[in-house]
Design a protein around this ligand. Structure first.
Ligand code: CO
Length: 217
């Protein structure tokens, strides 16, 4: 890509914005006026940064309906102050009712973690996925076909991240205070657009290992 093409690409995003604004105003003249009043999203989405998995678009939701955090391979890492801050804000300030961890098949982060390649800085992030592999090594090693193994690791990773989510102070505090808060694990298929519910939803800590439970008395 030469410099002219680079500038053209960048300008096309701004031009696209104006087209979008015009479209929205034609649909509803008050669209931005209403959004400017504030947000009250009932859902927090923790998804992959992958450009093919835009939270609003694939759930047919509008601006204002989904609070979003995205990172490489939709991870819930206990030392990630960015994710923890988004989660805390969403649960304690916005009062979201659902937190959804959404992974996707064909995830570059998952496939990178499955390889032995040394990538640099992101190795430290991908190692969290390798830890998930080790937890489920027997099942994953038994899948000989690489794509099938990748797809299963995508699912198992989401399940582990939902579990990680349940362990956080923000979620355990909300449950202790009997706030209605559910957490869920989904996988999006980039090849057909369909979201699969992994059926690992939680609304309390009853299925959590005791070692993670806080004593709130
Ligand atoms: Co991904």
């Amino acid at each position: 890509m030469n410099e002219d093409q680079m500038i053209e690409l960048y300008q096309s995003l701004l031009a696209g914005n104006r087209i979008w604004v015009d479209t929205k105003l034609k649909e509803n003249a008050n669209f931005f006026h209403e959004l400017a009043k504030g947000q009250n999203p009932p859902v927090l989405w923790i998804g992959c940064a992958d450009s093919r998995v835009p939270a609003n678009e694939i759930t047919n939701t509008k601006p204002g309906e989904v609070f979003v955090h995205r990172n490489l391979a939709n991870m819930v890492v206990h030392t990630d102050i960015n994710m923890l801050s988004v989660l805390d804000f969403a649960v304690t300030q916005l009062g979201v009712k659902h937190v959804i961890v959404c992974g996707h098949y064909n995830c570059g982060g998952i496939n990178a973690a499955l390889s032995s390649t040394h990538f640099g800085l992101i190795d430290n992030w991908l190692r969290n996925i390798k830890d998930v592999y080790r937890l489920h090594q027997e099942e994953l090693d038994a899948i000989k076909e690489p794509e099938g193994r990748s797809r299963r690791l995508v699912e198992l990773n989401v399940i582990e991240q939902v579990y990680n989510l349940s362990k956080t102070s923000a979620v355990q505090n909300a449950w202790d205070e009997n706030k209605p808060l559910m957490i869920h694990g989904w996988v999006y298929d980039v090849a057909n657009g369909i979201i699969k519910d992994l059926m690992v939803s939680r609304k309390n800590n009853s299925k959590m290992a005791d070692i993670y439970k806080f004593d709130f008395e």
